[in-house]
Design a protein around this ligand. Structure first.
Ligand SMILES: Cc1cc2nc3c(=O)[nH]c(=O)nc-3n(C[C@H](O)[C@H](O)[C@H](O)COP(=O)(O)O)c2cc1C
Length: 165
């Protein structure tokens, strides 16, 4: 049993979740940014993570998933600035389910991730009122993902791994 944890992360928040998942896995495992992953050959299970961007999966990650996950055991994790329970998250997880339609999707984990200060500054200057609103809630995301969220990510890792073993 060999597992890959791969992620896209611009400011390190999704990477934190990736590392928590990786740390919990037993047996053979690799952790790599998506830029270093050619395909999923040789892996029995892949955890694939990214930040929600512009209300969706970042295009680079979407094309990787579309081209490489057919018939594969995968689990998806994502971070977002909005708090858990925010309505739009359902449409993002729906978008994930559509994108991985040909894979064996074992689960989706999502949690809040801090909005970096330079992103807050950029969003506050945006013309789009939705983007501006994101910028305004930036300070409330500080410190995320915190230990309670990382604990849930570890639990998720365990549950997913037990489905494949
Ligand atoms: C260009 C850009 C667009 C973003 N769009 C969204 C969004 O639509 N919804 C959301 O909840 N968070 C959004 N975020 C916030 C990130 O998803 C969040 O801060 C994430 O935890 C960052 O992860 P990272 O450090 O791994 O890059 C956006 C961030 C950036 C930089």
């Amino acid at each position: 049993m060999k597992t890959l944890v791969t992620y896209l992360s611009q400011t390190g928040k999704t990477q934190k979740v990736a590392e928590a998942i990786y740390g919990e896995l037993t047996e053979e495992k690799d952790i790599k940014p998506i830029s270093e992953v050619k395909d999923l050959a040789g892996y029995d299970l892949a955890f694939i993570g990214f930040p929600v961007m512009q209300f969706d999966i970042p295009p680079k990650m979407r094309s990787f998933i579309e081209n490489n996950t057919k018939g594969k055991n995968i689990a998806v994790f994502m971070t977002h600035a909005v708090p858990e329970g925010f309505e739009a998250i359902q449409s993002w997880t729906g978008s994930v389910r559509q994108t991985v339609a040909d894979a064996n999707l074992l689960g989706i984990f999502e949690c809040q991730g801090e909005l970096a200060q330079h992103v807050i500054d950029m969003l506050l200057k945006a013309e789009d009122p939705q983007m501006k609103a994101f910028g305004e809630m930036g300070p409330s995301t500080k410190g995320q993902p915190d230990e309670s969220r990382l604990k849930k990510a570890r639990q998720f890792a365990k549950e997913i791994q037990s489905k494949v073993k």
